[in-house]
Design a protein around this ligand. Structure first.
Ligand code: NAD
Length: 483
């Protein structure tokens, strides 16, 4: 089934209402599976961002900032209820706008969005400090206070889910939020903004300003009345955000890219490892920050891993994302397709052996064949750079030390997987792998209760869990003289 309908033009969602951009400009969002126009969306510039930040500030200084945590939690639960009510519509919208298969949105994104909202709804009235004894003549304690106005800047690979990873804890803490979705995928962010108003969030608690990164995004980063930037995206943009945020010493959390290693030893369940390695790279067309884009296979099982991955690549069902049988949709845009195809050319030129895929799939839409490169060496660009597409590099190793050196030998430190039945070895690897998350005998699961984030070119700071509450609060010490 293909959905072709165009929907009405969308404005910016500021202070409880849809408003046009002051410039009057709109940009198009299209379906990457067909190229068809989905909607025109108002394009925010620095002026619109200014209005949105002023609205967020007013909400923070007003009704929203004064609301008790218990009520904030109730509103977050209500928002989750409304998302459940409108799930079909949201899933279709997300699928059309991003090319993600509905089956995987239903299996992963939607449950994660609801879990995130309900988890932080439960936290909203538990953001407390401590009484810390210091001297007999003093009562000394801490409180955690909301940091203020938060700019949430999100990418296009998981628009709803990553958006919610930022919005839910920020709102739970009592911050107001200006959300800047990626220009390729603004539609579900706007819909969440509408549902938040329906849930009863006061105007300005959550504003949504679609627009381009270098204009609307940069205006948020530079804005003197934004207190915190929480960003997920590419390392290059992350670096610029740090510089912009220095102006008024904004707090910053950066979740950037990855080149995650998935290491398979001969004593592992190799067929389970191959199955997980295939989904670890082909899920979401490889557009996953923690994608297992490097599979490190021991020499004794190297051929088995390569053959297994190639066989699985050949079986992936590509097709219309709205067809429930589809396992892999297009990448997000024609531009992203060209970028990935260019990396496939680079891999060939570098001398890697192409064993599956390697080309565009079909003539319509931004589809790429699941692609497997064997005989990749760690110095090749396809082993070092984030491709962000369905392309896996299989690298051979012969010893534990060599595997560790290769795994840790990129600029990234986001996630890694290790497959082995040797309990001592998996502990050694869990300790020595440079990664914010290490998976053992599995690859890819995340949970909102467990911290998520990286180091070096993968960024810094942690989302999820209680760690996220620290991102959106400032600790204050109170000293009361009681003599
Ligand atoms: P991107 O960095 O190009 O854009 C991300 C967001 O930043 C978009 O909303 C964009 O409009 C905005 N932006 C762009 N330039 C800006 C600027 N100068 N100032 C402020 N905002 C600006 O990234 P992308 O192409 O949308 O997403 C892919 C990248 O995101 C990959 O590198 C991927 O690894 C990373 N990612 C990381 C995680 C994680 O958790 N670590 C998760 C998902 C994606």
């Amino acid at each position: 089934m293909t959905v072709h309908a165009t929907i009405a033009a969308k404005g910016l969602l500021i202070h409880g209402d849809y408003v046009p951009a002051r410039s009057g400009r709109y940009f198009e969002t299209t379906d990457p599976a067909t190229g068809a126009l989905i909607a025109h969306i108002a394009e925010a510039d620095a002026h619109d961002v200014d209005v949105a930040v002023a609205s967020a500030r007013a909400a923070f200084e007003g009704e929203w900032g004064a609301m008790p945590g218990k009520m904030r939690g109730q509103l977050l639960h209500r928002l989750a209820d409304l998302i459940e009510r409108d799930a079909d519509n949201l899933v279709t919208l997300e699928s059309r706008d991003s090319g993600k298969p509905v089956a995987s949105i239903l299996r992963q994104d939607l449950p994660a969005v609801l879990d995130t909202l309900r988890y932080y709804a439960g936290m909203a009235d538990k953001i407390d400090g401590q009484v810390i004894p210091t001297r007999p003549e003093a009562l000394t304690y801490t409180v955690r206070e909301a940091v203020g106005v938060v700019a949430a800047i999100v990418p296009w690979n998981f628009p709803l889910m990553i958006g919610m990873w930022k919005i839910a804890p920020a709102l739970a803490c009592g911050c107001s939020v200006v959300l800047k979705p990626a220009e390729l995928t603004s539609l579900t962010a706007l819909r969440i903004g509408e549902l938040a108003l329906e849930a009863g969030f006061p105007p300005g608690a959550l504003n949504v300003v679609p627009g381009f990164g270098q204009i609307a995004g940069q205006a948020l980063v530079d804005h003197p009345d934004v207190d915190k930037v929480t960003f997920t995206g590419s390392p290059a943009v992350g670096r610029g955000i740090l510089e912009g945020a220095a102006g008024n010493f904004k707090r910053v959390t950066l979740e950037l890219g990855g080149k995650s290693a998935n290491i398979v030893f001969p004593d592992a369940d190799v067929s389970a490892a191959v199955r997980a390695a295939a989904s670890g790279i082909f899920f979401n067309s490889g557009q996953v920050c923690s994608a297992g884009s490097r599979v490190l296979a021991h020499a004794d099982i190297y051929d088995e891993v390569v053959d297994g991955l190639a066989a699985r690549a050949a079986k992936v069902r590509l097709g219309c994302p709205q067809d429930e049988a589809t396992q892999m949709g297009p990448v997000v845009s024609g531009g992203q397709m060209d970028r990935v195809l260019d990396y496939i050319r680079i891999g060939r030129d570098e001398g890697a052996r192409l064993v599956a895929g390697g080309a565009r799939h079909g003539q319509q839409g931004a589809f790429i064949e699941p692609t497997v490169f064997a005989d990749v060496t760690p110095d090749m660009r396809i082993a070092q750079e984030e491709i962000f597409g369905p392309v896996v590099s299989v690298i051979r190793f012969s010893s534990e030390e060599e595997a560790l050196e290769i795994a840790n030998g990129t600029a990234f430190s986001l996630a890694a997987g290790v497959w082995s039945a040797d309990i001592s070895r998996v502990h050694r690897f869990a300790r020595r792998l440079k990664a914010g998350t290490v998976w053992v005998n599995t690859f890819g699961p995340t949970d909102i209760r467990l911290p998520w984030g990286g180091a070096r070119d993968s960024g810094f700071g942690r989302e999820h869990g209680r760690a996220a509450l620290e991102n959106f609060t400032e600790e204050k010490s109170v000293w009361i003289n009681v003599t």
